[in-house]
Design a binder for this molecule. Structure first.
Ligand SMILES: [Zn+2]
Length: 368
């Protein structure tokens, strides 16, 4: 296998994959596509009345680099001059275009799909994530990015049709997460929600435990909805870890905006069957996980006020599309719930190979 990613102006790999960059990648880098894209403008692709899912003038958008306002048109060379950071391309739809540029090169240079052995090509359109975070789900910038991604995908599929052949390849398209509405936007529409300060939860929990068990440093770390208790403080106080977790769980549940709390003890020894608990349990690593996993109330998140983020188990964060196309895929559609973890077992069965060791999903039956 080989892997490439963008660092600054160039696509790179690591010695884990190969000793040096293949000639075709060097040649691609030499074209300087990042600079070319950032010399241009970002204007809406379509006439203004075609943007039905967004609002150009909402107050919840982050800015592109040091741009004066989160507003079209963006003169990218000007923003680049103010920001002096080529990483900006990630927050524009041209990050996706650049990716298709190199993927089209890769298909030819690596002779993908040209012999009797199956090749796998996976492409991560990460600009969609950066743009989503930066401007939020209501932004015209995001809607525009998807219209542009649609055209970039057409370019990719045309290249595959030409080099591999129509019906000779199987493609699937999905996302690793959805996103929340910006809480400010929801509040303006009388829907509760908000942003919270994660470190404040840490401090509040710590001082609540102080009140029960005396002053100590009880909470070590908070991050990714997990709380790590300070195990040496707990040992010193001669408290059982399980009791400390249970106590911290009860205290946390009394804080505003906390919806649910799970202890690592319950996640490691029990079996969650309720939908949200099951998701938390599947995402919990027994070796690396914290002592507690908490869920905020719906439409609350931490880390930013403008734009948006994701990471909860709620449907707005977890419901994503899944599209299949090409070789052995019949025409049709389904509204049945499937999981992203079903993709690998489905492909394994289609191409008649054993599943990889970590693939636990079900095979998705596709009937015409
Ligand atoms: Zn993200």
């Amino acid at each position: 296998g080989q892997a490439y990613w963008l660092t600054g102006l160039n696509f790179m790999t690591s010695t884990f994959y190969m000793k040096e960059l293949p000639k075709w990648v060097e040649k691609f880098n030499a074209k300087g596509n990042v600079k070319k894209y950032l010399e241009g403008k970002w204007e809406p692709l379509l006439p203004a009345d075609k943007y039905r899912f967004s609002d150009e003038n909402n107050n919840y958008e982050g800015r592109l680099g040091n741009a004066k306002a989160p507003k079209f048109p963006y003169d990218l060379s000007q923003v680049l001059e103010l920001s002096r950071n080529y990483d900006l391309i990630k927050e524009t739809p041209f990050g996706n275009s650049l990716l298709v540029d190199i993927v089209v090169e890769a298909i030819g240079a690596e002779s993908l799909g040209q012999d009797e052995f199956t090749d796998m090509l996976s492409v991560s359109f990460s600009s969609s994530d950066y743009i989503g975070h930066q401007y939020g789900t209501e932004a015209m910038e995001l809607e525009d990015s998807y219209y542009r991604l649609d055209r970039d995908l057409a370019r990719l599929f045309n290249a595959l049709d030409e080099k591999v052949g129509k019906g000779e390849y199987l493609a699937f398209l999905t996302a690793d997460h959805g996103a929340a509405y910006n809480p400010g936007f929801l509040n303006a529409h009388s829907i509760p929600g908000g942003t919270i300060d994660r470190d404040q939860i840490k401090e509040e929990l710590d001082s609540l435990i102080d009140m029960s068990w005396g002053n100590s440093d009880w909470v070590e770390y908070i991050g990714s909805n997990q709380i790590f208790l300070n195990h040496s403080s707990i040992v010193q106080a001669k408290i059982k870890l399980r009791d400390a977790q249970d106590h911290a769980m009860k205290l946390l549940l009394a804080l505003p905006n906390i919806e649910k709390v799970y202890t690592s003890y319950s996640l490691m020894t029990g079996q969650m069957t309720e939908d949200m608990g099951e998701r938390v349990q599947k995402g919990f690593n027994q070796k690396w996980g914290g002592d507690l996993v908490y869920l905020l109330k719906p439409h609350y998140f931490s880390g930013r006020v403008l734009g948006t983020t994701h990471g909860s188990g709620y449907t707005y964060d977890t419901h994503v599309p899944l599209l299949w196309m090409g070789w052995n895929i019949p025409n049709g559609e389904s509204w049945k719930k499937v999981n992203i973890t079903d993709i690998v077992p489905t492909i394994s069965s289609l191409i008649n190979v054993n599943r990889p060791s970590g693939a636990f999903g079900d095979i998705i039956e596709m009937k015409p």
